[in-house]
Design a protein around this ligand. Structure first.
Ligand SMILES: *Cc1c(COP(=O)(O)O)cnc(C)c1O
Length: 362
């Protein structure tokens, strides 16, 4: 196999999806599988479906289109507010979209009427993380406007916590969404079927049994793909963390000093590295670089390798404690979500997709 490559173990993705779908079911919560971390990989989406996921969510229409072209049926949830310039494509590719803007919903309504369909929306409410969402007092006036539009059905409300600013999901901020939903229902003639409150940062709250009863929908990406909740990045019980493994190849292996020689200015990315003199060390260069990964987001699987740094195309490791490594050897890394996204996006990283039957860790 040509290097570098990203190994994708579909059985592990399927298993993780099943674990979380079952957890959701115990608490009355439907789990949508979020594919955006894999650029809408149709194989990953199918693995999620085998694991019991019905709804598939992605933030990019291109990814949804890719899955549809591969024969995957909806329901698809577009997880970013549709672009005004793409309302037509949104209506034809996604059954549901997340929305916060009157103009966009109005344009979706016209597009839906033109296409003779009804487009479903979840109205996103900002409960404090300050990414997307209506400020709570904007909700009621918008609902009143939208209920007058044809071609649009309000399927429910959503909120997204933790992603931008780390706001932790609690019974209280989730109850706030329920209260808002009940206020809307009592003042407008709508039933809000879905209250979509969670992403992978809500898994602990879900498992604790303290999630308000009416919350019945989560959108889960990282939990399924990497087997972690996202408040502390703790391993989620009964899931695999290694469904995705990034592999590079050693292209140089040498003994060199630990500090550079000569006068020093900025490095390739505008930083001036601070280095401690630790004498001579063995260093290896792997054929991965910042174009393929997020340096802070990869961990070598070999316990005694250290990451020194990376430029666009060279990843430098300290291999002093792993003297067996030589040119041509492959080195494996566990990617975090950002590193996974980068590896999936890099055209230089081959994707090696497998369906091996694996044994579950205890
Ligand atoms: C990406 C995203 C998710 C999934 O988040 P994870 O932490 O990967 O589970 C859920 N909702 C929205 C709106 C998103 O953009």
């Amino acid at each position: 196999m040509r290097t570098p490559y990203l190994s994708i173990d579909l059985d592990k993705v399927e298993h993780n999806a099943r674990t979380l779908v079952n957890l959701g079911r115990m608490h009355g919560v439907t789990i949508a599988g979020v594919t955006k971390g894999t650029l809408g990989s149709p194989e990953v989406a199918k693995a999620m479906r085998r694991g019991g996921v019905q709804w598939l969510g992605d933030s990019r229409l291109e990814n949804i289109e890719r899955m549809r072209n591969a024969g995957i049926r909806g329901p698809f949830l577009l997880m970013r507010s549709p672009q005004l310039s793409e309302v037509e494509r949104t209506v034809s590719l996604a059954e549901v979209s997340l929305n916060t803007e009157y103009e966009v919903i109005h344009a979706l309504s016209e597009a839906a009427l033109k296409q003779g369909v009804v487009h479903n929306i979840l109205l996103m409410v900002d409960l404090g993380d300050l990414r997307e969402g209506l400020w709570p007092e904007e909700l009621l006036p918008l609902v009143l406007e939208v209920t007058r539009m044809r071609g649009i059905r309000i399927l429910g409300l959503g909120t997204n916590l933790t992603d931008l600013n780390g706001t932790i999901p609690t019974p209280e901020n989730n109850q706030r969404l329920v209260d808002l939903a009940e206020e809307v229902e009592s003042r407008c003639d709508v039933h809000l079927e879905w209250l979509s409150a969670g992403n992978s940062s809500s898994l602990k709250l879900l498992a604790s049994g303290r999630l308000p009863r009416r919350i019945n929908h989560f959108r889960i990406g990282e939990g399924i793909l990497l087997g972690r909740e996202t408040i502390e990045r703790e391993i989620w019980p009964g899931t695999y963390q290694d469904a995705f493994v990034l592999t590079g190849e050693i292209i140089e292996c040498k003994r060199k000093p630990s500090v550079p020689s000569g006068e020093r200015g900025q490095d390739a990315f505008g930083n001036v590295p601070i280095l401690e003199d630790r004498g001579m060390m063995t260093r290896a260069i792997v054929n991965l670089g910042r174009q393929d990964l997020r340096l802070e987001g990869i961990a070598p699987q070999h316990p005694s390798l250290g990451i020194i740094g990376a430029t666009s195309d060279h990843l430098v490791l300290e291999t002093t404690a792993a003297p067996e490594l030589k040119v041509g050897d492959h080195v494996n890394f566990s990617p975090d979500y950002g590193a996974l996204l980068a590896a999936m996006t890099s055209p230089f990283v081959q994707k090696s997709i497998r369906r091996a039957t694996a044994v579950m860790p205890e």
